[in-house]
Design a binder for this molecule. Structure first.
Ligand code: XMP
Length: 327
């Protein structure tokens, strides 16, 4: 039997009971696979890697080594939440590496989006590889949050990968306990494993993170402004009950300034672009008709609370012709 093919009669996991049965089954299977060896996982804080981490903590406890790479392009509070949930609450064996300076130094002055992506992707692998080598000899398995759509799409349609291609000389056997599941099933399992709701319902976040939302050449001051504005947007969407209802929503900040007025004085600040989309497969996307009062509130809060921003715009472009990200 092809282990990468979801059996036709496999029941869709929609209830806590079905999730519990899946968890019991996978905990036993992972224990059997891993034995007394060590297993390594790149833990981004996204739904898939978080669910795999929680499952493996249940199965093999501290034999799992989670590596969380903070490349300085995470959203506000995300790395902190990974540490809080996995280290403090679940008592995981977590290696946290803050390589913000290393990434921002490499990206200084780089304007072209694809070059930014390449630099971020390549450096991410380098950091992960360094950390893997530190725990090196003892590790036999690499766990990944591969899900079924990743397998279905791996025929070259999409270039966005989990880890992005690992070095050939790292010889690991793969452990992919959720590889036959769809995203909604992974979420049900995450809930049953006790992960926080905002982690379970986390919207897709690109590997290069805020790097492709801080448009053009990334600067630390603009990155910080973007992070704050994006946090306000996410807070207001959550308060309005839109978390998990709108597929993806975020702020981008371009590398030019516009004129505004603050406290009676002329000010050159950055505009903030709000992007919200609904989609099934990210190949095409629609812009939701958001409540006007909500948009006004978000615009008002961002321009009042984030000093560098003096204008807020809502992007009306569906995909096509706009892509979801600005870069
Ligand atoms: P676009 O902008 O291509 O985005 O319409 C489609 C979906 O892919 C995400 N995205 C990325 N994900 N690495 C990723 O892991 C990337 O370089 C990347 N670029 C875009 C985007 O957030 C959206 O969900």
């Amino acid at each position: 039997m092809d282990s990468n093919k979801r059996p036709d009669d496999m029941v869709r996991i929609t209830t806590p009971e079905l999730a519990q049965a899946f968890i019991d089954e996978q905990v036993a299977a992972c224990r059997e696979q891993i034995g007394d060896k060590k297993v390594l996982l790149a833990l981004s804080g996204g739904v898939d890697s978080s669910v795999v981490a929680a499952l493996l903590i249940k199965a093999v406890g501290k034999q799992l080594i989670c590596v969380h790479v903070n490349h300085g392009l995470m959203r506000k509070g995300e790395s902190e939440q990974v540490i809080d949930v996995f280290q403090n609450q679940l008592d995981a064996n977590l290696v946290y590496v803050d390589v913000t300076d290393r990434f921002l130094d490499l990206l200084a002055g780089v304007e072209e989006p694809e070059r930014k992506r390449k630099i971020i992707g390549a450096e991410f692998i380098r950091v992960f590889e360094e950390e893997a080598r530190k725990v090196g000899d003892e590790v036999s398995f690499l766990a990944q949050g591969t899900i079924y759509p990743d397998i279905l799409e791996s025929d070259g349609v999409k270039a966005h990968h989990n880890v992005g291609g690992l070095p050939d000389d790292l010889q690991f056997e793969l452990c992919e306990p959720v590889k036959l599941l769809f995203k909604d099933e992974v979420r049900v399992i995450g809930r049953e494993l006790g992960l926080p709701e905002n982690m379970v319902e986390r919207q897709p976040f690109p590997g290069p993170g805020l790097g492709v939302r801080c448009l053009g050449a990334i600067t630390r001051d603009r990155l910080e402004v973007l992070r704050e504005a994006d946090a306000i947007l996410r807070e207001e969407f959550a308060n309005a009950g839109l978390q998990g209802k709108v597929w993806q929503y975020f702020v981008s900040v371009p590398d030019f300034r516009v004129t505004g007025v603050r406290e009676g004085k002329r000010l050159y600040g950055w505009p903030a672009f709000i992007r919200a989309v609904n989609t099934v497969d990210a190949m095409t996307a629609e812009v939701p008709e958001l409540d006007w009062a909500l948009l006004k509130k978000i615009g008002g809060r961002i321009s009042a609370e984030v000093p560098g921003i003096c204008r807020v715009l809502y992007d009306l472009t569906p995909k096509p012709c706009g892509t979801i990200e600005f870069e």
